[in-house]
Design a protein around this ligand. Sequence first.
Ligand SMILES: [Zn+2]
Length: 469
Amino acid sequence: MSAPSLDLEISRAWLVDPASGREGPGEIVVRDGLLAAVTWLEGAATDGIGPDGVVVAPGFVDLHVHLREPGNEDAETVATGLAAAAHGGFTTVCAMPNTEPALDEPGVLSRIRAAAEASGSPVELLAYGAVTAGRAGEQLAALGELADAGVVGFSEDGLPTRSAPILRAALAYAGALGLPIVEHAEDLTLTADAEATDGRVATVLGLRGWPVAAEFAAVSRALALLADVRADVPGARLHVTHVSTAVSLELIREAKLRGLPVTCDVTPHHLALSDEWLAGSRRWSWDAIDDRGLARDPWADGALVGSPYSTSLRVNPPLRCAEDAVACLAALADGTADAVATDHAPHREVDKAVEFGLALNGISGIETALGVLLLAVDAGRLTLSRAIESLTTGPAAMLGGRTKRASAMGLLEGTPADLVVFDRSETWTVLPDGLASRGKNTPLIGMALPGRVLLTVAAGRLAYEAPEA
Ligand SMILES: [Zn+2]
């Protein structure tokens, strides 16, 4: 397949380059797929250009997606998942290995790479290998073979690494291979049959509680093992994905201060949504806390405008209270959280058209991530540059050299163009037909989000172009 050469000029835009720490009015020129020129404007030429209009940034990197292929192609395929990524502004995605069969040997990696190639998408598909054979939690998978085949780390995601001895061994083996363990932090002994985060909303709705302690205990265990392993294996590294509570983030903050090689990500839904949505609220987390930073009462406030028990809100970890959500935002702002990862989890309609507790966990989120982050920017909870960093250089740093994309280096002249162009002055409404993902399972259906993506360019090729508005 020969790639058409891309030529493009974007003048009078707001450029954000997290690699150089620079943002401001500028212009870019793409010639034959290469980022030929990045020009920062000065003086009178900058008149009328602001951060609230057209923005150009490096292509986004998502450390956590589920593409469902092989095994559950009715929910998503590699092709539809990559199309959804491009629509969301992402040019690199890292797929979780909980497919059927699990990605626990190089053959499965070859299959999804072939599917990506066949899709024709220029979005970079990276993948994690499973920690244990068949994700059964008993024996380590062939980590060395998987590393040779090119996985970017190991994870049991969907589940935690089951036992402490296996997590310990995995941190050591993966560390020796120069790869991180990406941990889904959940103590399963505390979450059996759990439905909603422990608290008033769960109690009033009659949903079984999912304690914050389940995440705290698992993060604590992983950090203790990391500290232990690191004495023998200096390369051991831990990445905790979808951290959702203030107390877990505090543990990670302390561990980083002690010099432990730990990184973490937070999801858009854990930043902006909270458990009161289960009762029918549709207000953002920062509007759901009072002046003292405590969660307000959605019943007393008359904040309940939607249907309760919407299964589109069932997710693991569960939506937490608003205090936790704003703590996740604060952790992202101060760098405790290194990245935003979407945990894009598309599901078939039938798997959500059941009672709350029986619905599969997950939100289809890669197409709405940018809009949700921009809402937090608009609310003053995050700077635009930090939001972009958390989608680009933040996750790229976790990947080290394992992404081959230029976006990891920012807006760099002479490299294959890998960037996103979006317009903050344009809102778009989230509708099922407008989503490229097969998974329409998002609680944001019908809502308007800022920052319509106009163009996504990956590896010098057009990955997405918005239809004329
Ligand atoms: Zn997970």
